[in-house]
Design a protein around this ligand. Sequence first.
Ligand code: SAJ
Length: 419
Amino acid sequence: MQTICVLGLGYIGLPTASVLATKGHRVLGVDINQRAVDTINRGEIHIHEPDLDILVKSAVLSGNLTASTTPAKADTFIIAVPTPFSEGHVPDLSYIESAVRSMADVVEPGNLIILESTSPVGATEKIAQWMRELRPDLKIPNRRTTPPVAGEERRGRIYLAHCPERVLPGQILRELVDNDRIIGGIDPESADKAAELYRSFVSGEIVCTDSRTAELAKLTENAFRDVNIAFANELSIICDELQIDVWELIRLANRHPRVNILQPGPGVGGHCIAVDPWFIVHSSPEHARLIRTAREVNDSKPHVVLNKIMQRAARIKDPVIACLGLSFKADVDDLRESPALEIVHELASRGVGKLLVVEPHIKELPASLKNDGLELVPLEEALPAADLIVALVNHKQFTRVDRQLLNEKIVIDTRGIWR
Ligand code: SAJ
C-alpha cells in the first residue's frame, strides 16, 4: 500500500482517489477549489456521477481519503487536472504546469509522478522539463524506450508516466476498474512502477508503452469516435435534404456485418471528444485532414438544428418552445461544451419564441441562460404548454414520455428517441 497524492478532484481525480482509498492506499486529494475540498472532507460530493457519493463516503469514513488545497509528501503523485484548449485550438497546459509547480517542493527521490489528464503529444516530457528546472537536485530521466544499461545510476531519480484516463462519464466507477489501461513511461522503469500501482485496483489488462505513444493513443480513441459521429451527423443532414429518416437508414445499413454507424445528434459535446481531436490537429496540422473535418462537421451540427427550429417556429404565431435537455449527453448533469446548451442560448439571444427549458439533472440554470432571462421548467409543465417540442438530449425521463402528449405538437427530435 502506498501514500498517494491526487491533484485535481473532478470527474477523474475524485473517483480515482476514492477507489485507491477503498483499496487500502492512503490518499490525499488536492484541489484549488476550497468548497470542493470541504465537501469531500464531509464525505459528500460536488459532481454528479452514479454511485460516486457512496464510494466517497466510505473512502472518507475509512480514514484513507482526505482532501486539502495543498499537496503533501507521498510515494506517488497523480495529476488529473483539465487540459482545455485556448484561442485557435491550442492545447492549454497551464493547469498541469500549476499542479507540477504546487507539488515540486515535496517530491522526493524514488517518487512516481503520473499524468492522467488527456494531453497533447509531448506533455509528459514537458513535465520532466519543468521538474528539472524546479528540482535540479533530483535525477529526472530523459525519454527512453529501452531498459537501462547495466550499472546505470538509479539513486536520486524519480519516475514519470502517462496513464490516460479512458472512463465514460455515467459509467466511471465500473470502467475505472474494468477498462484496460495504457501506461506510457518516460522510460521503461517508470512504466513498470506505474503498472504496479494500477494492478492494485484495475481488473482490465495493463499495457505498457512509451509516453508519446500513450498520449497519442488516448487522443486517437476520442478522434476515432468523433470521426464516426461526424459520419452519422453528416448522414443526418443529407437525409434531411433528401427527406429520408436517418435512423431508419442507419438501422438498415447496420445490418451489414461490417458496418456499425453511430447515432446522429445535435452535435458533439463534453470536455473530451469535442476537444481532444484538436490536439492531434495542432500537432500535425497539414496531415490531420479527416480529423479536422470531422470536428468541423460536428461543430456545425448545432447550427443546423438551430436553423431547423427557427424555420419551424416561424410558422407559429408567438411560439412556445419546449427545449428538452441541456447536458452534453444522456443521464448526466455535465453541461461542458454541450450542443444543447449552445442551441438554447442561441434561440434565447435571437428572441425565438418563449422558451421552456427542461433539464431534470440540474437544480439551477447556468449563468449564460439565466442572463438570457430563462427559467427551468418541469417536464410535465413544459409538454402541454408547448407548440414546438425539441428533444436535445436522450435522458431516460424523455424517452419514457407518453407519446399522446406529443400529438398535435410540432416535434424536432434530434436524438431519434420518439421515432
Ligand atoms: N454522441 C453522439 N452520437 C453517438 C455517440 C455520442 O452524438 O453515437 C455524442 C454524445 O451525445 C456527446 C458526445 O458525442 O455529446 C460524446 O459522448 P460519448 O459518450 O461518446 O463520450 P464522452 O465524451 O462522454 O467520453 C469519451 C469516451 N471516449 C470514447 O468512447 C472513445 C471515454 O471513454 C473517454 O474516457 C472520455 O471521452 C474522455 O475522458 O476522454
